[in-house]
Design a protein. Structure first.
Length: 184
């Protein structure tokens, strides 16, 4: 599985370049139709051809990058995926109740995090030591809240709530809750 940090960096570069091209053409178009003196007409054919190219390039960016997003593969083939480990986590009274003190995961195994809320809507997120998020999901009471994930790097992650659940929610952090081992 690709690291979510690398995916975000690559998508930031691609979409920034795409948006800068769009903005520069819009500025050129606005300048062309508002300048004084000799007006330069832009043909409807050119304008609509440009719009069509933008749509095609934008759609192509989505097609090229959709398989690089780490969770897409698991979601598309979820019915065929069997988890190697299953962690049932309960959340209530602004506290994560974990199935074990330290959840140890082997590298390249598919993990199912099944999170149940007994009172409020919470978030469930795994975070690296540098506070960047690996993954997250919303945890709604009375609904199935689970996520499949495959870890490809040795690391230790904290669990945090990623949803506002009232003033007590800011303290919903479990440091060093998930440890991934066995990656080369």
């Amino acid at each position: 599985m690709i690291n979510s940090h690398d995916v975000l960096w690559g998508q930031t570069l691609l979409y920034t370049a795409y948006v800068l091209v769009i903005i520069s053409i819009i500025v050129w178009f606005a300048y062309s139709i508002t300048k004084e003196g000799k007006t330069s007409k832009i043909s409807k054919t050119f304008f609509w051809s440009f719009v069509a190219v933008l749509v095609i390039v934008g759609f192509s960016l989505h097609l090229v990058t959709y398989n690089t997003i780490p969770w897409v593969k698991q979601d598309l083939h979820r019915g065929d995926t069997v988890a190697d480990q299953h962690f049932a986590i309960v959340v209530e009274d602004h506290e994560f109740i974990l199935p074990a003190e330290d959840m140890v995961i082997n590298c390249d195994e598919v993990i199912l995090f099944d999170v149940t809320s007994n009172d409020l809507t919470y978030g469930f997120g795994l975070f690296r030591d540098n506070n960047s998020m690996v993954m997250q999901m919303q945890v709604v009471p009375g609904h199935t809240n689970d996520i499949l994930w495959e870890f490809t790097e040795n690391d230790t992650y904290s669990i945090r709530s990623t949803e506002y659940s009232g003033p007590a929610g800011y303290q919903m952090i479990v440091e060093n809750a998930v440890t991934v081992v066995g990656c080369s």
